[in-house]
Design a protein. Structure first.
Length: 427
């Protein structure tokens, strides 16, 4: 197998066709032949039928990606020579990095890896994971030697689910490679589809570190605002009014309090802290921010319970409507949703909780969290209403959200969907 010397020599495969992999595969598929591989046959069947259940890519865009071929067969990867891995990197129940999807994808590629091939990873990891954890798997399965027979790159994903303004092609891309020559080729490959341009990092580890601190920084900023919200609530000061006033200064960052979930912000900092502790350093600030953000579900529930008690509404047996389950607005993504924390906390009080989310998939909610969704809330039925996600549908309802409540009820607006005078509680 001859070495890859130019973009024309590349036969590309995308491994994993989720929120990250599919938009990337579609962009490449508009310009070249691409093999899109996923282990989920239902996912492949849906894409072959021309529909993306994640709603990240429209049916028209799928149709326009004429060069994209979908498959679940490893044999279809055999003729490829550049593999881009876009599988999830979650954490387990103990908040430890779970590299099993990444390792399994590496094993799959190892079965078809040939001399001269390049494997590029996009999944968020701690610095060193590509070379320390993935390369040995590729070597073991393929029998080839890293940086002699095959090579690697790392280009961290920057997908923002549900965001129709910042798309894969319009977000600047960090790239890197295991040798200067490979780094240059990887950079050119992405540069062919990323109109926002690329930034070639000096090493794979630098690129890995850059990705993991992007979300760690955001996590800490939100943790600060969450802590300020807790303080201001005790003072009887409206947090949003404070943030609007402070935001009149040009360099004040526009963060807002709330639940921190999703596939990145609530997960990635644990990858960095895991690596730091493995090196003998205990991160103080990062873990403090994580603890605070992970505790916001319990805090919200305690505030709601206190408000119910003040109105002499029995918490045990109370009917409560939670509006929104996805981790963010106008997006069907349920990964690491912290709204679940509120639901489970309320269940501990023996409250009866209905969850309404027009964006969420009911089967996925049941499978992921064991939670059932209602098709539509009952009017005049609830002792409390929690607006947990700022879907456009909820904003359009406005103060009509109160129609779901009983004559005496509590409305808690976590996402500033309503004006201050239209709700009883907000962060």
């Amino acid at each position: 197998m001859r070495a890859i010397k130019s973009l024309a020599d590349i036969r590309l495969a995308i491994i994993g066709l989720g929120y990250v992999g599919l938009p990337l595969a579609v962009e490449f598929g508009k310009r070249r032949k691409v093999v899109g591989y996923d282990i989920n046959p239902l996912r492949i069947d849906g894409l072959r039928a021309g529909h993306d259940t994640t709603l990240e890519v429209s049916n028209v865009e799928l149709h326009d990606a004429a060069g994209l071929f979908y498959t679940t067969e490893i044999a279809d990867l055999a003729d490829c020579n550049v593999y881009i891995v876009t599988v999830p990197t979650p954490i387990d129940e103990h908040k430890r990095p779970d590299l099993s999807p990444l390792i399994n994808a590496s094993r799959t590629i190892g079965e078809v890896l040939k001399k001269g091939d390049i494997v590029v990873y996009e999944s968020t990891v701690y610095p060193g994971a590509t070379e320390e954890d993935c390369m040995p798997v590729l070597e073991s399965v393929s029998g080839l030697k890293f940086n002699v027979d095959f090579f690697a790159g790392y280009s961290p994903e920057r997908i923002n689910p549900g965001d129709k303004s910042h798309r894969v092609s319009t977000i600047k891309k960090v790239t890197s490679g295991s040798t200067p020559e490979v780094a240059e080729l990887v950079d050119k490959l992405y540069g062919a589809v990323i109109v926002a341009g690329t930034h070639k990092a000096s090493s794979i580890r630098v690129a890995e570190a850059a990705k993991v601190i992007e979300n760690t920084q955001r996590d800490l900023n939100i943790a600060l605002i969450n802590e300020l919200a807790i303080i201001f609530n005790r003072m009887g000061i409206d947090t949003e009014a404070v943030l609007q006033a402070a935001g009149t200064k040009w360099n004040f960052l526009p963060f807002r309090p709330g639940l921190v979930g999703g596939h990145c912000i609530g997960v990635d900092p644990y990858y960095l802290t895991h690596k730091a502790m493995a090196l003998g350093y205990h991160p103080e600030i990062i873990l403090a921010g994580r603890r605070l953000n992970d505790g916001m579900g319990a805090y919200v529930t305690s505030q709601l319970v206190k408000a119910l008690i003040k109105r002499r509404i029995h918490v045990e047996g109370a009917r409560i409507l939670v509006m929104g389950l996805t981790f963010k607005e106008n997006c069907p993504d349920l990964r690491n949703s912290r709204v679940v924390d509120i639901v489970r906390e309320l269940a501990d009080y023996n409250a009866s909780v209905d969850i309404y989310d027009p964006w969420a998939n009911a089967e996925e909610a049941q499978h992921a969290y064991g939670l059932a969704l209602v098709q539509r809330p009952e009017r005049g039925a609830y002792d409390a209403i929690v607006v947990a996600v700022a879907h456009d549908e909820f904003r359009e309802l406005g103060e009509a959200i109160r129609s779901f409540g009983k004559f005496e009820h509590v409305l808690y607006d976590l996402k500033y969907v309503l004006r201050q005078d239209q709700s009883d509680l907000r962060l």
